[in-house]
Write a protein that binds this ligand. Structure first.
Ligand SMILES: N[C@@H](CCC(=O)N[C@@H](CS)C(=O)NCC(=O)O)C(=O)O
Length: 234
């Protein structure tokens, strides 16, 4: 059995999508990032960065003690290897997927996350930052559109963990003010993926756990004022 430490956000949904797609049995362990559970010692010992998702595999490949993994891209690679699915075994295909997975982790995720922050949570008067991240998100949609004119899926013509990593970061596109009709190849990909039953099950997990009206002040204090103080031993 695989334990998944999870909160309903795009980075969490990457893993529920993959677990639903590859049908490995798993148990959800909700992490309340709004109340600061990610900084409890028991969680930091699994995820030193204080971020979810994390998995703990109690029947790891090769046997032995349970294995824990943080960082969603690394978790996706582990699950692909364990299930033998959604990551090509030949070297060419492997690195086609690998480069798009890294692209997602280094670009679409962080820039989408910052865009979300400045759209949803920042006080008025942060127009420079908001524009900066929305322009990057816009550019990254164009990168995907450029690629998807040539290939059916992000890495090549096979659905892979690179698609699963990117899809949840497209979910907020309307809220960010974008129209996918301006990115026709990306729209074709998005429309195809969003009706996959396993992907749908994955992104529906935990949707109703999110507070109506967004985070309250104590949640904002936990999420948006983190410094090295969090790591000082008392
Ligand atoms: N690069 C990390 C990012 C994970 C991440 O940022 N997780 C967020 C939720 S989407 C989190 O745990 N936030 C808690 C916090 O900000 O304190 C990954 O892909 O796993």
């Amino acid at each position: 059995m695989i334990d998944l430490y999870f909160a309903p956000t795009p980075n969490g949904w990457k893993i529920t999508i993959m677990l639903e797609e590859c049908q490995l049995p798993y148990k959800l362990i909700p992490i309340n990032i709004g109340s600061g559970e990610q900084f409890e010692e028991s969680f930091l010992s699994l995820s030193p960065n204080g971020r979810m998702p994390v998995i703990v595999d109690h029947q790891p490949m090769g046997g032995g003690e349970a294995v824990s993994i943080f960082e969603s891209g690394s978790i996706l690679m582990y699950l692909a290897e364990k299930s033998g699915q959604f990551m090509p075994k030949d070297k060419r295909g492997f690195y086609q997927v690998n480069q798009w997975l890294f692209w997602q982790m280094a670009n679409l995720g962080p820039m989408g996350g910052q865009a979300s922050h400045f759209i949803n949570y920042a006080a008025e008067g942060n127009d420079y930052s908001k524009t900066r991240y929305l322009n990057e998100y816009d550019r990254l949609l164009a990168v995907m559109n450029y690629q998807l004119e040539k290939t059916q899926y992000l890495a090549n013509d096979n659905y892979s963990i690179a698609d699963m990593a990117s899809f949840p970061w497209l979910l907020p596109y309307k809220r960010y003010g974008f129209d996918l009709n301006n990115f026709p190849y990306l729209k074709r990909w998005y429309d195809e993926l969003k009706v996959r039953p396993a992907l749908r099950r994955g992104v529906d997990i935990g949707k109703d756990w999110r507070p109506d009206g967004g985070p309250d002040q104590s949640t904002r204090d936990v999420l948006f004022n983190q410094t090295s103080e969090l790591y000082k031993k008392s």
